[in-house]
Design a protein around this ligand. Structure first.
Ligand code: F6R
Length: 612
């Protein structure tokens, strides 16, 4: 989704901005632009549809732009097509003010009508241009930039992270935030603003996160931050301790492939520090044992793959805790009048910690009296900061748009949380608990074993990559696993695919099975293995080609029915999805590779979905 970077310092801004934008490419975008302010040439702006390299070529890597102060943007179209004109920055009519924006201005139509009635002519179809034009309009009236910024912020509704450059202010730019991430970076003789830390991490690790309503004036020698009332405030600084190389491709053909291979290590980092002397320790949790025993109901709320983690969680947590666990898409939850009260714990799952729907659901749950526990990957992100408790997944930066290692770490952390609660509530036997703990300890090594089967998966992908339609079927945990497997395939290979609970097929969908349809049958949930076999036979009878996934102990049984069988090691049944997902991710990856798709940046998708 859209990305922002701003720089002010002693060096030429444009090359730094372009480099920052390059590190935001992974978020998904369709056009890019920069505006730079220089002592000789004043406010200069360049923007272009398409990949960043198009823009970079236009400005010779930034060398044709002059000035040590500037803002840059990658746009993911919402209002108006992806084209040069709709790209950011947008200018005020007198071209004295340039604005970049992430988010959506909901009342832009009404403001646009007002401005047109005042003689302002609009260039683009975007909601963002109203910010630039309204700011220019107020500024022309008063000549007071900060006063005009506050007037604009009071008038616009919606979500925004803004970067603002004014031709009359040669040493500073302004940043503002509401419901869209923005952070400030403090360098040696230079300062930054960015929507995502990856854009500036090579320049500084000293950052602070802007809160809703805050406005910052960013200068080379320091940043002043003001609250919504215009009063100066002190910001707490955070140190980013990421390994920069984790956000680099490091010789791998794709980030997605690298991140698939990183899963054993990511899971090890997430699990090991929390397993001590045979106990699960969540030192970061402020929930008391008494509170954990008192909850009568759990909600899991998330989007996309994080929601699929919740689907696995529903089966596993209900099994372990024997209380109802509702899983809801955040975009549905927020408008569904959900049954949340003070006896409900709401578990919010988000890799980025910035997904707008998930954030809105969190606030909705809090307003209803629920307590919020978040599972988040990006440290310091909005969801992490707003939740009552946060458990971090230690997956490291995930760059490929399609999630892999973040999904796996969320999954294992939710399983651990379920077991932790179950031990406190006394709803799991000592023996069962021991078996799960043993499985958790062995998981990274088992994942490594699964990764060694890459070639076989690649072979199967080469046989089936040109199918138009794929079905994933499974029961119970395999159904939840199928949802994520199917999403992986469709998002990166653009093949239509669906996940179905095997038992549900005959209630309608089986009509779509015809000779040659590919069905991926998931049979890792061994308690229902025989039922899954029956469903496989049903689709085979209608001519489907079947690829099956099961555990090593059931390989021979599966082979009697299906020639193409992939396996994962046997572990405790609740942990099987953590192993089963790996061959499915690899299958999607190799299929997309064969089809020549843009694997790390699939069309129309964004890494962090900060619009509704
Ligand atoms: C799919 C994928 C998305 C995200 C979803 C939620 O591969 O990555 O479906 O899972 O957009 O994002 P987060 O977890 O950042 O809230």
């Amino acid at each position: 989704m859209c990305g922002i970077v701003g720089y002010v310092g002693r060096e030429q801004a444009a090359p730094i901005l372009l480099d920052g934008l390059e590190h935001l490419e992974y978020r998904g975008y369709d056009s890019a632009g920069v505006a730079v302010l220089g002592p000789t040439r004043g406010l200069q702006m360049k923007k272009a549809k398409g990949r960043l390299k198009v823009l970079s070529a236009m400005v010779d890597g930034g060398r044709t732009m002059e000035g040590c102060l500037g803002i840059g943007h990658t746009r993911w179209a919402t209002h108006g097509q992806p084209n040069d004109v709709n790209s950011h920055p947008h200018l005020s009519q007198d071209e004295r003010i340039a604005v970049v924006h992430n988010g959506i201005i909901e009342n832009y139509v009404e403001i646009k009508e007002f401005l047109i009635s005042q003689g302002i002519r609009f260039q683009s179809e975007t909601d963002t241009e109203v910010v630039a034009q309204l700011l220019g309009f107020y500024y022309k009236e008063t000549g007071d930039l900060m006063g005009s910024v506050y007037r604009v912020l009071h008038r616009i509704e919606g979500a925004y992270a803004l970067g603002i450059l004014c031709a009359d202010v040669p040493d500073a730019f302004v940043a503002a935030r509401k419901d869209a991430p923005l952070l400030l970076g403090y360098g040696e003789g230079c300062s930054f603003v960015a929507s995502d830390v990856t854009a500036i991490i090579k320049h500084t690790r000293d950052v602070s996160y802007m809160e809703d309503g805050e406005v910052a004036v960013v200068r080379a020698d320091g940043i002043r931050v003001f609250n919504a009332m215009g009063q100066p405030i002190e910001k707490e600084h955070s140190f980013i301790d990421w390994d920069v190389s984790a956000a680099e491709k490091g010789g791998y053909p794709h980030f997605m492939f690298k991140e698939i291979l990183e899963q054993p290590e990511a899971v090890r980092k997430t699990v090991s520090p929390r397993l001590r002397n045979g106990e699960i320790c969540f030192e970061e949790l402020s929930l008391t044992d008494e509170q954990i025993r008192a909850y009568k109901r759990l909600f899991i709320v998330a989007c996309g793959s994080s929601y699929h983690v919740g689907m696995v969680g529903k089966y596993n947590l209900e099994r372990l805790l024997r209380i109802p666990v509702d899983v809801m898409l955040a975009s549905e939850f927020r408008y569904a009048d959900p049954l949340v009260d003070q006896d409900t714990l709401v578990i919010v799952i988000s890799q980025s910690g910035e997904t707008l729907d998930t954030m809105a659901a969190l606030r909705q749950a809090r307003a209803l009296g629920g307590r919020i526990l978040s599972i988040v990957n990006v440290v310091g992100s909005s969801i992490a900061r707003e939740a009552d408790d946060v458990l971090y997944t230690w997956a490291g930066p995930e760059i490929a748009v399609a999630t892999t290692k973040a999904y796996s770490t969320q999954l294992v952390l939710l399983d651990m949380l379920g077991l932790y609660f179950a031990r406190i509530r006394g709803s799991v036997t000592e023996e069962e608990s021991e078996r799960i703990l043993e499985g958790l300890r062995a998981l990274p090594e088992m994942m490594e074993r699964v990764l060694q089967e890459k070639e076989e998966i690649q072979y199967l992908a080469s046989r089936y990559f040109n199918h138009d339609s794929v079905f994933y079927i499974g029961r119970n945990l395999d159904y939840a696993l199928g949802l994520e497997s199917s999403l992986k395939l469709k998002e990166i290979s653009y093949i239509h695919s669906e996940a179905y609970a095997s038992g549900e097929l005959k209630h309608g969908t089986i009509s779509l099975i015809e000779p040659g349809t590919l069905v991926v049958a998931l049979g890792t949930y061994t308690p229902l293995f025989e039922k899954t076999l029956s469903n496989i036979v049903e689709v085979q009878a209608r001519g489907a080609d079947v690829v099956a996934l099961t555990t090593e102990s059931r390989r021979d049984d599966m082979r009697k029915t299906v020639p193409n069988v992939l396996t994962v090691p046997d572990t405790h049944v609740i942990l099987e999805p953590s192993l089963g997902i790996i061959p499915m991710q690899l299958f999607a990856y190799y299929v997309a590779l064969q089809r020549g798709c843009d694997i790390d940046k699939p069309r129309n998708l964004a890494k962090s979905v900060t619009v509704e």
